[in-house]
Design a protein around this ligand. Structure first.
Ligand SMILES: Nc1ncnc2c1ncn2[C@@H]1O[C@H](COP(=O)(O)OP(=O)(O)OP(=O)(O)O)[C@@H](O)[C@H]1O
Length: 248
């Protein structure tokens, strides 16, 4: 088993001073890493840095031995990503959206679209218009898009939000099956109970700083991820500021 992702001293400071500070994280092949933290902790920012959607202010990110700052195209090739809604064209169907994404993977045929839509339970809605989709259906489609290229590292930002019970079971099954085949996952979520079921490892991010990273089995007997998280907060429940200014 090799190292898939190495995040070394990664920081991102937005102009409003917020962001993430000096994060160190490492994922081995087949790991399912859950990323938890309060609203505004920096989970999405970290994922955006890893996938090159945001330029870090410092540090190094290496995916399968390739540094994304130097060799972005090759480093990102084995990565499947779903970071939030709004990445699909709403006036197009799932088929049309995925067909566009498939252009970057000439080795994969059209049948791959049906395969991933089937996997996430959306095949019957293949020709519907995405703008008619519910939150859960959008989440399923995002997961399908992330899996389309048969990635070796899958990065999912709050993929379980809005999923119904069937969707949750499907999601769990997909993660279990693929990780058993050696696919590595980084998944952010507020659903700690769900993460406990699927994650081999978890990390806690609070106020842009990593407070814990380690195997789920290192939780003490009878202790949940939520207990661990509350301990790390040290009773200081975090309230995100309401004067967010969005800039790079
Ligand atoms: N483009 C931006 N410009 C300025 N500040 C930003 C930007 N994006 C995020 N931030 C700030 O950086 C911090 C981390 O945000 P981020 O979205 O990474 O948190 P998160 O952990 O994903 O939160 P949530 O659980 O609410 O999705 C927040 O304080 C947020 O306001």
């Amino acid at each position: 088993m090799g190292t898939v992702l190495e995040v070394t001293g990664v920081s991102k400071q937005y102009r409003n001073g917020r962001g993430i500070k000096d994060l160190h994280l490492s994922l081995e092949q087949g790991n399912v890493m859950g990323l938890i933290g309060p609203n505004g902790a920096g989970k999405t920012t970290l994922m955006k840095c890893i996938t090159g959607l945001v330029q870090p202010s410092g540090g190094r990110i290496i995916i399968f031995g390739r540094e994304i700052g130097h060799d972005y195209k090759e480093a990102i090739r084995p990565v499947g990503v779903y970071i939030g809604m709004g990445t699909m064209y709403p006036h197009l169907s799932p088929y049309q959206n995925l067909k566009m994404a498939l252009r970057f993977y000439p080795e994969l045929g059209d049948s791959r679209i049906d395969e991933v839509l089937e996997q996430v339970g959306l095949l019957q809605f293949k020709r519907d218009i995405v703008s008619s989709f519910s939150l859960g259906m959008n989440q399923r489609l995002g997961l399908a898009a992330a899996l389309l290229s048969k990635p070796s590292l899958v990065i999912l930002d709050e993929p379980a939000n809005g999923l119904d019970i069937d969707g949750m079971l499907l999601f769990r099954k997909i993660v279990e099956q693929l990780s058993a085949e050696g696919v590595t996952f980084l998944i952010s979520s507020h659903l700690t109970g769900e993460l406990e079921r699927i994650c081999s490892h978890f990390s806690i991010l609070i106020g842009g700083e990593l407070k814990f990273t380690g195997p789920t089995e290192s939780l003490g007997k009878g202790k949940s991820i939520e207990d661990h998280y509350v301990e790390r907060l040290g009773g200081n429940f975090y309230a995100p500021s309401n004067n967010d200014q969005y800039d790079e």
